[in-house]
Design a protein around this ligand. Structure first.
Ligand SMILES: Nc1nc2c([nH]c(=O)n2[C@H]2C[C@H](O)[C@@H](COP(=O)(O)OP(=O)(O)OP(=O)(O)O)O2)c(=O)[nH]1
Length: 130
């Protein structure tokens, strides 16, 4: 079975991380995540992530470092790959999410992250002060 890849952007500005609240599906709605989504056939991970940020937030992002490796998500064989990112143009808007929040280091756990995202959030902490 092929691995299904979901890519996520840890968008950082002024030491804050952008968190996005899912609108759908019902079982995930209300949970917080990294903007991103599934990689389409023929697309690289990085291309998919830039495309998803345009679709979901209306911004052009520049990708930075990869955070860790393949983070397992719930369904067997699905992994999450995360890159740091900065906004190159535009101001993020919740075009497909319920809400967006810029979280400072001491606010990271004030939102209910999707369960698979929690270890990734932990791994991002050192990147907020760079
Ligand atoms: N985008 C994103 N998805 C995540 C994260 N954590 C996590 O468990 N997921 C899960 C939720 C979904 O089951 C799946 C991503 O699906 P998606 O619905 O965002 O993908 P997509 O934009 O390509 O949408 P579609 O093709 O299914 O319509 O991965 C995360 O931080 N970001």
């Amino acid at each position: 079975m092929s691995v299904s890849v979901v890519v996520g952007a840890a968008i950082i500005s002024d030491g804050r991380l952008l968190a996005a609240q899912r609108a759908a599906p019902a079982e995930l709605a209300g949970g917080w995540e990294f903007p991103g989504g599934k990689v389409d056939p023929g697309e690289s991970d990085e291309q998919a992530l830039v495309r998803e940020c345009e679709e979901e937030l209306g911004v052009r992002v520049a990708l930075g470092e990869r955070i860790g490796g393949d983070w397992p998500l719930g369904p067997a064989g699905t992994v999450l790959r995360v890159w740091t990112a900065t906004v190159e143009s535009g101001e993020p808007r919740a075009l497909e999410h319920l809400a967006l929040r810029w979280l400072a280091a001491d606010e990271l756990y004030t939102v209910e992250w999707l369960p698979g995202d929690l270890p990734v959030v932990e791994a991002i902490v050192p990147h907020l002060s760079r």
